[in-house]
Design a protein around this ligand. Structure first.
Ligand SMILES: Nc1ncnc2c1ncn2[C@@H]1O[C@H](COP(=O)(O)OP(=O)(O)OP(=O)(O)O)[C@@H](O)[C@H]1O
Ligand SMILES: [Mg+2]
Length: 271
């Protein structure tokens, strides 16, 4: 098991007020999964991601990352785990604005004091389709390209898991789908991915959807695992179509909040 959360609670103290952001979350994630976390604003999605990413600690409960209890670690050890095991992707990319793409991707390797840094950063950029933009600064790149660079930065350390909190939140729908295609390709190469989204079409690109409400998981089941190709207007998406992958069946996830089913452009993954 890569990730195991048992009865995780998170309480924020705001003056006299206590905010129970997480109220008993149980979540298990195996290596190689691709999980979308959905839920209303304020339901606790980012709080879950912050705990998964060792950016924050639970108030109560057990979090095991690769079998190790995170509660036992001091802040330095947590920072080391973040640096070695976790790659982060953010809604607003969080690249250094005046620094070329290559240097942005090099940065996590510098912190690690890793070897072959330049070669590894170049390889990560090539992996996300940005080999020809390595010298561009973020301001010289489109939003989608900036997010690709951010994904390369998350991948360059070869983390056990990539966490992305609304990675397509600032992108138009076409570019969002391209980023999801990239995540799918990486997942098929073995990268474990957990992402937060508000968008059902985006969530359906994952293999599994976890729904959160009021700090609890209210449903957990397979996604459609379909890219809405048709929404691209026939644009060059050549991802192989598969109906068998990872136990993904064309079913609505257990919570039953599938949006009406009639306006979904991706009719199926197997046509
Ligand atoms: N640092 C904090 N201090 C106090 N309260 C917080 C803090 N961070 C989050 N909360 C509260 O915890 C609850 C869950 O917040 P969280 O950010 O996890 O929601 P979310 O599901 O990510 O929402 P959104 O979709 O708007 O990003 C909210 O009620 C929020 O106000
Ligand atoms: Mg959030």
């Amino acid at each position: 098991m890569l990730i195991e959360m048992r009865d995780i609670h998170k309480v924020y103290q705001m003056g006299k007020q206590r905010v129970h952001a997480l109220a008993g979350v149980d979540l298990q994630i195996e290596p190689g999964e691709m999980v979308a976390v959905m839920g209303p604003s304020g339901s606790g999605k980012s709080t879950i991601m912050n705990i998964l990413g060792c950016l924050d600690r639970p108030t109560r409960g057990t979090y095991l990352l690769e079998g190790q209890s995170v509660a036992d670690l001091d802040n330095d050890a947590l920072a080391a785990i973040r640096s070695r095991k976790i790659g982060f992707v953010f809604q607003t990319y969080n690249l250094l604005p005046r620094t070329p793409a290559l240097a942005n991707v090099l940065l996590p390797l510098m912190y690690q004091g890793a070897r072959n840094r330049r070669e590894r950063a170049e390889r990560a950029l090539a992996r996300v389709g940005m080999a020809d933009r390595m010298d561009h600064r973020p301001s010289e790149l489109s939003g989608g390209q900036q997010q690709r660079v951010a994904v390369a930065r998350a991948l360059v350390t070869e983390p056990a898991i990539v966490l992305a909190d609304e990675p397509t939140g600032n992108l138009d729908s076409r570019t969002s789908i391209e980023i999801m295609q990239l995540f799918r390709q990486l997942n098929e190469e073995g990268v474990t991915i957990v992402l937060v989204t508000h968008d059902q079409d985006i969530a359906d690109c994952a293999r599994r959807i976890v729904r959160v409400r009021d700090g609890r998981i209210v449903s957990d089941g397979p996604a459609r695992y379909a890219l809405p190709h048709e929404a691209l207007g026939g644009g060059g998406s050549d991802t192989s179509e598969e109906a068998e992958g990872g136990g993904a069946q064309a079913v609505s996830s257990a919570g039953g909040t599938t949006p009406s089913g009639n306006s979904t452009p991706a009719s199926s993954a197997s046509s």
